[in-house]
Design a protein around this ligand. Sequence first.
Ligand code: GRF
Length: 201
Amino acid sequence: MNIAVLLSGRGSNFMAIHRAVSDGEIRDSKIVSVISSRPGAKGLEYAIERGLNGKFLSPKDYASPAQYDTAIAGELEANGAEVVCLAGYMRIATEVLVDRYYGRIMNIHPSLLPAFQGLDAQKQALEYGVKLSGCTVHFVDNGVDTGPIIAQRGVDVYDNDTVKSLSERILEQEHLLYPYVLSLFEQGKIKVEGRRVYINQ
Ligand code: GRF
C-alpha cells in the first residue's frame, strides 16, 4: 500500500508510521509522499534526511484552500498514494481532498472523539475535568474531527496532570494506534458503513 502523509510540524506520528513500515509492523507498504504545509517542519526534515519524497507546499502560493488541496491531490496522485494520513496537519482538508480520498484519508486526534474536537484537545479535556481521555484515528469527512471513528485508545487523567504531562501520555498511545490502524487497513480489514467502522481481525 502506498502511504502519503500530510503534516505541519513535529511529525512524531509520521515518524512512528515510518518506524512501523521499516520494522515490518506495517508489512506491505511504503511511504510514497510526505507533504508539509509549513516550511522547515521537523517531520519534513526527518523525511528528507531519510531519502523519502518530502515536499513543502506553501498555502500562500494558492488563491484558496481548494486550490491548495488541488495541488496536494496532484502530488498524491503523481505518487500513487492509496491512503492519506493526516498527522499533525494544521489545515482543514477541503472537499477537493475529502471527496477524492473518502474512506482512504485518515486523521489522528488527541482526544476520545466526539469529545474535544478542534485545537488544544488535551487542554479542553483537562479543563472539562474528564477522568479518561485518549486518542482517536478516524476517517476524514467534511467536518472538523467528525468522520467515522476507526479506533481509539484511552488514557487516564490524573489529578496532578498538566497539559504537557497528559499530552505526552496520549502521544505515546498515538504512536501505537496509527501504525496499528494502518497495518489493519493495508490488510483490507477495515470496512466503513455510514458512521460505523468494522474491523475484521
Ligand atoms: C498529535 O497530538 C495529533 O494527535 C494532533 O497533532 C499532534 C501532532 O503531533 N493532530 P506530531 O506532529 O505527530 O508529533
